[in-house]
Design a protein around this ligand. Structure first.
Ligand SMILES: Nc1ncnc2c1ncn2[C@@H]1O[C@H](COP(=O)(O)OP(=O)(O)OP(=O)(O)O)[C@@H](O)[C@H]1O
Length: 918
């Protein structure tokens, strides 16, 4: 009874609370006094209520108690029953509020679909320590660049990255294009008397936006001088007003740039280098129909709200909205809807509703609507939009799957056609298509996640099993989420009310060929998966869907392992082949051999068909070894290799002993040519080896006298230094092996080996050897030019050379530098060297660059630690030396600023001697 009284008093007290703060009547003392029950008993009941989760306790002195339900209604749902103090419960409230506050980007259409990557890039830029990284938004007019800048500002405010009251200033550089001086003075400010009419000091936008964000729209209109001033500002954080060159001013402003023009062609290289992130915003035609519909409904609902009227939109209009091509993108669509609604409003006779039909359109719009060639009939009923409507009321999820899938193919066609017409490069096409495919396939999961019924469950499990099997055969790893996405797609595809083909057959087969040629692994994987799905689940996919799925697999950036060589045993008889394979696999404790048991009367053609099927679903690019029981099957080597992109070795007279030896060699990763050679030298059998006739790709072999592990590291290092477009393969080979067998190694048969790079020379006749250290020494550049002579573009060869030197220096620095972030300091040194090369009019050799990386990084670290200052006296000084030292000192200034250090005269002299010593 008394406990109930305590509870009542607690409830009453909690109702009176004004905020989450100490409130005397909610202490044991306070309650005990109110209800006239002893303090001890009150305390016991209160603590019991806490244990039953009916009350919350703050363990301060005195302790405070709140009745949970009332507290939840008034404030929030607390996670715990007991808190150490008021601060900790307030912190929890704060955290929850923040979690509940919608992300400003949520209202930006496309945030979770076509612009997901863009928004992620923006978020990581603004979180970069200090004032974030400046970024460039690139996209056609009306795609949403200004809106994104505004949302970035709101996001920064919400996350506390800038102050609530921080400014957001915008400058459209195009407005002042013809008057660069004026543009510069608006940006940087000017001092009194700087030019005629400058009658007082004027603060520029850079200064005025201090603590906030400055958005420079159409920034390709910034002249070279302003670009130079801006990049100096980005480097140093300081600038000068016009007419006031003596005073450095600083401003902590975050910069966002936007342009509609080709980035590479319209900016100084040095300027671009300061803007590390470029974010591409696709135009409306390259987004999905789903997104277009979202825009249309959002804008219609907005107009309905503004006019406070219901809108009735006829299907004739809606289908045309969905089929129009919008040159000025989202901006054009938004304005068009605004205009149509305004016109409907003025023509409307109905008090409450506005009819939007063909009569609503003004002449110019009507003729535009009438001239649309291809109309997507998506809607067939009138659509009623009220001020309280939500987009989700219209973009229903069931039929939306159909729309979604239809629209994705249209985007695919459009992008592919644009690519074929030379509007952009292959990389861009692949990037966009994989991103679209990823978004669409993954949407099948996020939607309707609740209706996880048993057949979907079964399908997911089956696909998981299939993928497991494939992972082992294809040496890739597919993440669980992606398996769920694939299962959802295959499960839901039956509900599409789509008549395939959607694409023009010519385009779809072109695109299919493009995809299968580009993504060998993904295609093989998909084919294998589909074959298993077809037999197990009786589902057959259309060619267009295969395109979608190949791009989806591409978007997963599958982790590839170099496939091992495959082994197959082919033997006549009920179980001859499988028994041998079982024994060997069991003995080696690994699945090394697949087996085909063949009837005695099987024809060679039939065996050929079996094996071709095997090759189409297994990645045999590293090689296939087939052990057969009859010499007559040896002819197959030549025909099978036509279906393989790796060599095929056939050995006859299969026995268990022979299979065991081959199995061991396969497991060790021996060379295919050596397997044939070794096995036939000891046992009475012969072999046949065939290599695929493909254009031999150039290759570099890496070796290290310390072993294969180090050669592998060197391989990875070289690979990371080669630009993606360079078609060179790199392969690590055991030093002793290559020394012994030289050109016998099968790599020489499959590839055009251009050089061996390593730490010791294996002396392979006729193949160039380059010592690793030589690469960065005096002759490095000419060596690189020779090895990569087949690459005509001199700039690519220079790029390879630079990144090799750079990466080698990073490797060395990693162990030498202890307190600096190596990549960051290297980036600074890159800029310094660039600057010095430009201003001193010199070309630094590889060895000089390597020394400078190491020396400057060490110098920075020493200066930060305040240790080991260099004492260096110059033998003689002259005017030229003094001028050059000044340039070096200016070039290195950004590093001084970044690390807050001062580089001494002695150090500068030392640098000078490194640079200019012969
Ligand atoms: N993803 C989006 N979600 C909602 N509204 C959008 C979106 N993208 C653009 N808009 C709207 O479309 C209109 C045009 O966008 P915005 O002005 O940001 O484009 P822009 O790329 O800056 O164009 P310009 O290069 O011409 O300055 C604006 O009214 C904006 O609110």
């Amino acid at each position: 009874m008394s406990k109930k009284v305590v509870f009542k008093a607690l409830t009453f007290g909690t109702e009176q609370m004004q905020g989450i703060e100490p409130f005397e009547i909610l202490t044991t003392e306070g309650i005990s006094e109110q209800i006239g029950i002893q303090r001890n008993t009150t305390s016991q009941y209160l603590n019991e209520l806490v244990k039953e989760s009916k009350a919350i306790k703050i363990k301060s002195r005195p302790a405070y108690f709140f009745e949970r339900e009332t507290f939840t209604k008034k404030f929030f749902k607390a996670d715990k029953d007991i808190y150490d103090n008021f601060q900790s419960i307030s912190d929890e409230l704060q955290k929850k509020r923040l979690e509940e506050t919608p992300d400003p980007f949520d209202s930006f259409i496309g945030t979770s679909t076509s612009l997901k990557e863009a928004i992620d890039q923006i978020k990581s830029s603004v979180y970069y320590p200090g004032i974030g990284l400046p970024f460039m938004l690139y996209g056609e007019t009306g795609v949403g660049k200004s809106l994104l800048a505004k949302m970035t500002y709101e996001f920064c405010q919400q996350k506390g990255l800038i102050d609530e009251k921080a400014p957001l200033l915008e400058l459209n550089c195009a407005q002042y294009y013809h008057n660069q001086e004026l543009l510069s003075s608006i940006l940087f400010g000017y001092s009194k008397g700087a030019f005629t009419g400058a009658d007082k000091d004027h603060v520029g936008l850079l200064e005025a936006a201090n603590g906030g964000i400055l958005f420079l729209d159409e920034c390709h209109r910034l002249g070279p001088e302003s670009q130079e001033k801006l990049f100096n500002f980005i480097d140093k954080g300081t600038f000068q007003r016009i007419g006031d060159n003596n005073k450095n001013r600083s401003s902590k402003v975050r910069l966002i740039f936007a342009t509609t023009e080709n980035i590479q062609e319209n900016f100084l290289r040095t300027f671009l280098r300061r803007i590390p992130i470029t974010i591409n915003i696709p135009n409306l035609d390259h987004r999905t129909k789903q997104e277009l519909a979202e825009f249309i409904y959002t804008f219609l609902i907005n107009e309905s709200k503004k006019l406070n009227k219901t809108l009735i939109v006829t299907p004739w209009i809606m289908n045309r909205f969905l089929s129009l091509s919008y040159q000025d993108n989202v901006g054009e669509l938004k304005n068009m809807i605004k205009l149509i609604c305004a016109s409907g409003y003025s023509k409307s006779t109905n008090k409450n509703a506005i009819l939007i039909n063909s009569d609503t359109l003004e002449n110019n719009l009507l003729s535009k609507f009438l001239s649309i060639k291809e109309i997507d009939t998506v809607e067939n009923k009138e659509i009623t939009i009220t001020p309280t409507s939500k987009v989700s009321d219209f973009i229903g999820h069931n039929s939306s799957n159909t729309r979604l899938i239809r629209s994705i193919f249209k985007v695919f066609i459009r992008l592919f056609e644009d690519y074929e017409n030379g509007k952009f490069k292959e990389d861009f096409l692949i990037h966009q298509l994989s991103r679209e495919a990823n978004t669409v396939i993954e949407l099948f999961v996020t939607k309707d996640q609740k209706d996880q019924n048993s057949s979907l469950h079964f399908l997911t499990n089956t696909i998981k099993e299939l993928v497991n099997y494939l992972e082992n055969n294809h040496f890739v790893k597919i993440k669980g989420n992606s398996i769920i996405a694939l299962s959802n797609y295959i499960y839901r595809r039956s509900s599409f009310s789509i008549e395939f083909p959607i694409m023009d057959k010519k385009i779809s087969s072109k695109l299919y060929q493009f995809a299968t040629k580009k993504f060998l692994i993904e295609t093989k994987l998909l084919n294998a998966l589909l074959e298993l799905i077809e037999t197990k689940l009786d589902v057959t996919l259309e060619e267009e869907e295969k395109i979608l799925l190949v791009f989806y697999l591409k978007s997963l950036n599958l982790e590839m392992k170099q496939p091992d060589m495959h082994g197959v045993i082919l033997a006549h008889g009920f179980s001859t082949a499988s028994s041998i394979a079982d024994v060997v696999n069991h003995f080696l404790d690994e699945h090394v051999f697949d087996a085909f048991d063949m009837p005695f009367n099987v024809s060679v053609d039939k065996v050929k068909t079996y094996m071709e099927k095997y090759l189409s679903t297994h990645d045999c690019s590293s090689g296939l070894v087939v052990l057969v029981d009859m010499g007559s099957l040896m002819v197959l080597a030549k025909t099978l290799v036509e279906h393989s992109n790796g060599p095929v070795l056939m050995i006859n007279n299969v026995t268990t002993q022979q299979a065991l030896l081959v199995g061991e060699m396969l497991r060790k990763g021996s060379d295919i040519e050596m397997i044939g050679e070794k096995i036939t030298s000891n046992l009475p059998m012969s072999y046949e080896i065939a290599y695929p006739v493909i254009e031999k790709q150039p290759m570099i072999i890496t070796v290290c006298h310390t072993g294969l592990g180090a050669a592998q590291q060197l391989k990875e290092f070289l690979q990371s230094s080669l630009p993606v477009e360079v078609p060179f393969q790199v392969e690590a080979v055991d030093f002793n092996y290559i020394k012994k067998y030289g050109k016998e190694n099968s790599l020489f048969k499959q590839y055009d080996v251009q050089a061996i790079i390593g730490t010791a020379n294996p002396e392979v006749e006729g193949v160039r050897y380059i010592a690793l250290e030589e690469l960065i020494s005096g002759h490095g550049e000419s060596q690189i030019n020779e090895v990569f002579s087949m690459i005509e573009d001199q700039t690519i060869r220079k790029e390879i050379n630079d990144s090799l030197v750079r990466n080698l220096s990073i490797e060395r620095l990693v162990s030498a530098i202890t307190i600096l972030d190596v990549k960051r300091v290297i980036a600074y040194i890159d800029n310094v060297m660039d600057d010095m090369e430009r201003r001193l009019r010199i070309n630094l050799s590889n060895s000089k660059k390597a020394i400078l990386y190491v020396h400057i990084a060490g110098l920075v670290e020493r200066s930060i630690r305040n240790s080991n200052f260099l004492e260096y006296k110059v033998k003689q000084s002259d005017k030229i030396r003094a001028t050059n030292i000044k340039i070096i000192s200016q070039a290195i200034e950004p590093i001084e600023m970044a690390y807050n250090i001062k580089i001494s005269e002695d150090e500068l002299n030392y640098l000078y001697d490194i640079i200019f010593d012969e």
